[in-house]
Design a protein around this ligand. Structure first.
Ligand SMILES: C[S@@+](CC[C@H](N)C(=O)[O-])C[C@H]1O[C@@H](n2cnc3c(N)ncnc32)[C@H](O)[C@@H]1O
Length: 289
C-alpha cells in the first residue's frame, strides 16, 4: 500500500505540465502558467468527450469526474518530443538568428517510448481513471476511426497550428454538440471587431517557435463559422476597455492654441497608439443552432 507521501514523491520525480489533484493531499507540480479555468467547460454529464492535446490529462480527468460517459485523451507532440534535446537545438537557433527545422520534431527529437505521457499514465493510475489515451496528430488522424464526440476540448492548441482553418474544419467534423476552443488571442484596442490574425514566424511569443496564428476575437468567431460551426458564444473575451483618458489640463489646451497661432497650422495631436495585448480567449462553438 503506497502512502500519500510516497505517491507525492513518485509524482515529484516526473515532469508535469498540469497541476492535478490526485487525492489525499497529493498534487502534481505543473509548470503550466496559463491553465484554463475549469469553469469554462460545459455540462459533460452523460456525454462523450474528446480532449485534443490532453498532455497530462487534467481536463480529461475532470470531464470523467464530472460524469462524462466516455473520455478520449488524444495527444502526440508533448507525449513524444524530447523537449530537452529539442530545447538545446532551439537555443542554438536563437543564438544564430535562424528558424528551426520543425520537421526534426518527428525525426531527431521523437521518442517512440513517449516519455511525455508518463504523467498522464501516472495520474490515470492514481485516480483509477478509465480515460482512453490515443496517440495521434489531430491534423492527420483518420477522423472516421476516431469517431464523433458530444463535447470536444481544444484547449491551448489552435495557435500551435500552421493551418488553423483546416484544423477547425476537422474539429467540426468530430463534434456532435459543442467544441470548447481556448486559444492565445490578441486584443487590439478599438479593433476587436476586425477579424485579424497576428502571425508569428519566430520565437517572439513565449520563446516558442511552435506558435503561429493569434486571432482577434472576431477572427476566432469567423474561423469557427467558416469551419462549419452554426453558433459561436464568447466565454472569455478581450479585456475591458481602459478608463476614459483624463481631459487635457487647461494649460495643455493653451499651449496647443499658442502653437497653432505661432505656426499658423494645427499643433500635432498626441499620437494615438493601438495597444496590443495578448490574452486567452475561450469560445463555445456549437454544431447546431
Ligand atoms: C499548450 S498545451 C495545452 C495542453 C492542455 N490542452 C491544456 O489546455 O492545458 C498544447 C497541447 O497540444 C498538443 N498538440 C499540439 N499539436 C497537436 C496536434 N497536432 N495533435 C494533437 N495534439 C497536439 C501538445 O502536444 C500539447 O499537449
Amino acid at each position: 500500500m503506497t502512502t500519500p507521501a510516497e505517491l507525492q514523491a513518485q509524482a515529484d520525480a516526473l515532469g508535469w505540465y498540469h497541476t492535478i489533484d490526485l487525492g489525499n493531499g497529493v498534487v502534481t507540480k505543473g509548470i503550466s502558467v496559463q491553465e484554463t479555468s475549469a469553469a469554462v467547460l460545459p455540462d459533460v454529464q452523460g456525454r462523450s468527450v474528446l480532449d485534443i492535446g490532453a498532455w497530462d490529462g487534467k481536463f480529461s480527468f475532470l470531464a470523467e469526474q464530472r460524469g462524462a460517459d466516455r473520455v478520449v485523451a488524444l495527444d502526440h507532440y508533448a507525449w513524444g518530443v524530447d523537449f530537452v534535446a529539442r530545447g538545446a537545438y532551439w537555443e542554438e537557433c536563437i543564438r544564430n538568428g535562424t528558424l528551426p527545422d520543425q520537421s526534426r520534431d518527428e525525426t531527431d527529437f521523437w521518442r517512440p517510448d513517449l516519455p511525455g505521457r508518463r504523467g498522464f499514465e501516472f495520474a490515470a493510475r492514481a485516480l483509477g481513471s478509465k480515460v482512453e489515451p490515443v496517440v495521434g496528430d489531430f491534423q492527420k488522424v483518420d477522423l472516421a476511426e476516431l469517431g464523433r464526440f458530444d463535447v470536444v476540448l481544444y484547449l491551448g492548441v489552435l495557435y500551435h497550428m500552421k493551418e488553423p482553418l483546416t484544423c477547425l474544419e476537422r474539429l467540426r467534423a468530430v463534434t456532435n454538440e459543442v467544441a470548447v476552443i481556448e486559444t492565445e488571442a490578441v486584443h487590439l484596442q478599438g479593433m476587436d471587431g476586425d477579424a485579424l490574425l497576428q502571425f508569428h514566424a519566430g520565437s517572439d511569443l513565449r520563446t516558442d517557435f511552435g506558435n503561429w496564428y493569434v486571432p482577434t476575437i472576431a477572427a476566432l468567431h469567423n474561423l469557427c463559422r467558416a469551419a462549419g460551426f452554426a453558433r459561436i458564444e464568447t466565454i472569455v473575451g478581450p479585456p475591458p476597455p481602459p478608463p476614459p483618458a483624463t481631459p487635457p489640463a487647461a494649460s495643455a489646451g493653451l499651449v496647443h492654441e499658442m502653437a497653432r497661432r505661432v505656426r499658423g497650422t494645427p499643433a500635432p495631436e498626441p499620437v494615438r497608439s493601438a495597444p496590443s495585448q495578448n490574452y486567452r480567449a475561450v469560445v463555445h462553438a456549437f454544431a447546431g443552432s
